[in-house]
Design a protein around this ligand. Sequence first.
Ligand code: FAD
Length: 438
Amino acid sequence: MTDTDGTGAPTAQTAPEPVTHADVVVVGAGPAGAATARFLADAGRDVVVIEKATFPRDKVCGDALTPRAVRALQRLGLHQEAEGRVPGWHRQRGLRMYGGRTVLDLPWPELPDWPAHSVTATRELFDHTLAQHAVAGGATLWEGTEVTGPVWLTSSQERVAGVTWRQRREDGTTATGTVRAPIVIVADGNSSRLGIALGLHRDRKRPMGVAIRAYHDHARPDLDMMEGFLEITSNGKLLPAYGWIFPLDDGTVNVGWGQLDSSRHFRGVSYRGILEEWIASMPAEWGISAETSHGRTKSAGLPMSHNRRPMVRGGALLVGDAAGMVNPFNGEGISYAIEAGEMAAEAADLALAHSDDALLQGYPRAVTEQWGGYYRLGIVFAAVMGNPTIMRLCRDYGMPRPALMRFVFRFMAHLVDRRSADGIDRIINGLSRAVPSA
Ligand SMILES: Cc1cc2nc3c(=O)[nH]c(=O)nc-3n(C[C@H](O)[C@H](O)[C@H](O)COP(=O)(O)OP(=O)(O)OC[C@H]3O[C@@H](n4cnc5c(N)ncnc54)[C@H](O)[C@@H]3O)c2cc1C
């Protein structure tokens, strides 16, 4: 069923059959969907991926791929990209933190389980690369095609049997059809219309973030670190928020800031206005100003700590933002989307091999075992961090203490070795085990 042009590049199948059969249909070709599709294709499964946009397309993001994401790329087989050796991919050696009067360089730690570098790539390039990779592995990709709802096996609506889709054609007509498949991967992102159609709503008690980003030219050609800022203010008042400058390979930077919904400033502030205020306050020698901006400044939500559950319902598996898998400590979602994709693919493959839906439960079990305790801690963290006083304490007490910051840095980036545990691993693993899973 693969539809490629011989170069491995995806070519949208412009006229899908009105009724198509597959082992698995994947809804959404962001990092979660594309990764799940590739892992399933590697397992020999017949996979159709349906994506409403057409690649390459923009996506609101910081474009940062931490060592955790680098490892996820390696597991997907994208080794050159993971090393930052491909044009468009930029490599960094750590994070430079700014807070109060302190500037602290925190190199990525040297650990047995994790790479010691990060990379950046625009989501335009990153998502296109992952989609191409899924197709190169044997998945069929339909771009410019929107999934409109689930197909149910019976009128009791307990078990899905595929999805319906709609495609607007260049000649102005609209085609519709159905993909029938025993397993549906729901990877349609934060809003997850398909998740809602399956009766799965966002748990509003779980943390949610909002962030905004812009692209700028700059005058810092040697920027080989990601940069984080605990100094985001509104009318001179410190916000419980976090800012970033991430260098990109084309000589521009991705600049943005975000905050959690526990902040009383979550609603009712101008995200764009605060970004502009911050940029205007940057040192002149950085060469970043309102005039250096290009492209559209955009904001979006970050669903955290498994805020849409259960992850499996009636043959459908929710992966990535659709399941609220963003790390509440640092706003990272790409690595988790890819890792979850691997776990979902494994469970789906097993369930198909044995024609046994019960085996799909291996997916939420694996996710909960890997991150459940950590994400539970994240719920507490998110509640506490909404308080500007805590942010001030972090800035004024934490920043001048490099050993403490190194611990916090590793904790927030979730870089924990399971086996060869050092002191930091033992503390993080112990804390994560001490609380019930999220
Ligand atoms: C401002 C901001 C900055 C961020 N920065 C970072 C960062 O630096 N690093 C990081 O790791 N994470 C970051 N994140 C989080 C990250 O963007 C997400 O966690 C990640 O995109 C999740 O991937 P996904 O595949 O689950 O969802 P998405 O990337 O949202 O992909 C979902 C896909 O589904 C498609 N789709 C939706 N509905 C349908 C439908 N009905 N039919 C067909 N297709 C459909 C969409 O077009 C889309 O392509 C940031 C988020 C924001 C908002």
